[in-house]
Design a protein around this ligand. Sequence first.
Ligand SMILES: Cc1ncc(COP(=O)(O)O)c(C=O)c1O
Length: 423
Amino acid sequence: MTGALLGGISSQFRVNPFTGQHLEVARANGAKILTTGGREFIDMFMAHGSTVLGHANPDVFGAIREILDAGVIVGYETGLGEEVAEQIVEFVPSAEAVRFVASGSEAVSTTMRLCRAHTDREIILKIDGHFNGGSDYAVINSMWTNTDSSNPGGRPSRPILSSNGVPQAVVDTVVPVPWNDIPALEATLEMYRDRVAAVIMVPIDYNNGCIVPSDGYLAQAQELVHNAGGIVVFDEVLSGFKTGLGCAQELYGVTPDITLLSKALSSGVPLSAIAGCADVMSTFMVPLPKGALQGGTYAGNIIGLAAAKATLGVLSKPDFYPQMQSRADRFYGELQAMFDASPLPARVQALGCMFGLYIGTRDPVTSYQEIRALDRELNKRFFAGCIEEGVYFHTDFSVSAAHSEENLAQVIERMGKVASQIH
Ligand SMILES: Cc1ncc(COP(=O)(O)O)c(C=O)c1O
């Protein structure tokens, strides 16, 4: 133990997985961060993937400064919630009604309660390896490191906890199911017949790099869950607004019952949205204790809402996504070409403005078993080398609208230098 702040951190996710250290940042602007020690990095982490616009976007900052003149209004509605809810309903296919909470984890746990209350069922199917935040219900089979490697597929996975302190009673209500595995989903729904309240999944898995749903998986999964009387929840906390205004659900043409949004929604200012079909959402309106409780001091806080309104204003400009996407796609292509010409095998996988980078293979990576087979030490050495060269990688790899062509060329040049030394 060092100072009063335990371990020097407020979140265990702050520790860099490649260096084992946390970074102390004095300023974050555009695509760059400046540490308290005066080192500048081109940032590829972008605040846990929570901004598509880059750090300190002037429109978002202007909106935050303006709203602060009204005071830090907590515990009242201001009209801003309605405005942002209307924007979400306009842009996100599944959104007919919206409630705001403060964090992604809160959105997940509240939504699990909503689905249980709505269906009067207890079991939640969670995807083996997907990250859905830090609630008791979500630290089960969370990330590729906690997947059930003994499951050959076609059946539910064994629960694997990534934290101590989760009651067995909670574990008993969350059933992990392998992703992209329709027979496993079918078998699990049959095993827990009439007991499944919902399935929660991320439609694009950026938490494990960039693993996408196999062809037709989302639609088939949705049909199976609906036929079994369950609710389909897309956790788009990370994937939301990364591929376009309509999020991953629009890209894949599959409209879930409930969508969870956060991060890019408000450019990193704490805010999350539970957005879904009016029927399921109306369970929040049923008088308690029959309905589902949703609320909190910071739910729909005005700073987050002001940031979200401004962010969605920028994202909805017609040129925004095409321009960012073409710059990002050029970067992914050039990055892969750099690796192809280097002695270090590496695979770039990308969708929208986020990407995965798997060091140690030139082959597509489509499963958590394949990630497990990669050389961890080589990955650590490579990314620690990039950080040493001034390119900051942490857990989520992002290109933002603030990454200029020059920034991205520098990133490739510095990464190329590391790739030529580490193999
Ligand atoms: C898909 C997904 N769901 C939920 C969460 C949890 O959000 P928060 O960190 O705001 O609690 C995250 C955070 O990274 C996430 O990526």
